[in-house]
Ligand binder design. Structure first.
Ligand code: ADP
Length: 248
């Protein structure tokens, strides 16, 4: 994809819960083909921001532009998903009693029924896409394994694969390496960097070793607002960032 062009633009977004300002005049620009890491202490507004982008939460004011002129705040969750925004929550939700391959097939057809999904089994195009996703998510050797038999890290990868099956232009990924081994964490950084060669990715993450391994621009949120933005070394050395992480 052409880099530099804006894909996602949050413009002065606000959200108050019971008088508490969770998102406070938040503006953020993510370019097409960019991967961005979002950091910030607990309660900074990271989850609420993701909820607003995906239409789960409607902001009180402000706009969220996707692909130029589409204002996401005027659309519901299902619409936004169909526009090409996929989200992975922290806890994996895979179909435990189905194989990896069938999980991907279910995700690809957008179907909750294995019967519908199996109708698509014969398509050569679908097969090629599944092979590609299996390679990206390091699950090729596990293709006929039941999801229940995967490690926690592999389940996270499968869920990323299930997102890819829907071919999103923008992936929103919430704390992908929570609970992973060091080796899985390292592999996840590589895997996401590969995905970001063809798609935009926004990753919310606490694990600074992982954020370092991603090697991308970082946005630090605090009290629902952008506190600092730039390369990790610059952001983590910012006295205001040090203050909110240590001064509490
Ligand atoms: P983070 O993901 O950075 O930890 P959140 O977006 O989850 O932050 O939360 C930001 C603030 O908004 C927190 O103080 C949280 O308690 C509050 N908040 C989030 N969602 C709700 C809600 N549905 N109702 C009330 N308060 C909420």
């Amino acid at each position: 994809p052409p880099r530099g062009e804006t894909l996602l633009y949050l413009d002065g977004v606000n959200k108050t819960f019971d008088g508490f300002k969770a998102i406070n005049d938040l503006s953020l620009v993510v370019a097409r083909g960019e991967m961005r890491a979002i950091i910030g202490p607990n309660g900074a507004g990271k989850t609420t921001m993701m909820d607003i982008i995906t239409g789960k939460t409607r902001p009180d004011s402000g706009d969220v532009y996707f692909n130029g002129t589409t204002d996401l705040t005027q659309h519901d969750e299902a619409d936004i998903a169909s526009m090409g925004i996929g989200r992975k929550f922290q806890k994996p939700t895979v179909f435990e009693s189905h194989t990896i391959e069938d999980n991907l097939r279910l995700a690809m057809t957008g179907s909750r029924s294995i019967f519908t999904a199996l109708l698509h089994r014969k398509g050569a195009q679908e097969r090629a896409k599944i092979d590609e996703i299996l390679a990206t998510t390091r699950l090729g050797p596990k293709r006929h394994t039941l999801a229940a038999d995967l490690s926690h890290g592999q389940k996270q990868w499968l869920e990323i694969g299930m997102l890819l099956a829907q071919d999103p232009e923008l992936l929103l990924v919430d704390e992908p390496v929570a609970g992973m081994t060091d080796a899985e964490t390292e592999e996840t950084a590589l895997l996401l960097r590969e995905i970001a060669e063809t798609r935009s990715v926004v990753v919310v993450e606490h694990d600074m070793h992982f954020v370092r391994a991603l090697g991308v621009k970082v946005t630090c949120l605090h009290e629902g607002h952008v506190l600092a933005e730039g390369p990790l070394d610059q952001v983590s050395a910012d006295p205001r960032v040090v203050e909110v992480y240590l001064g509490r």
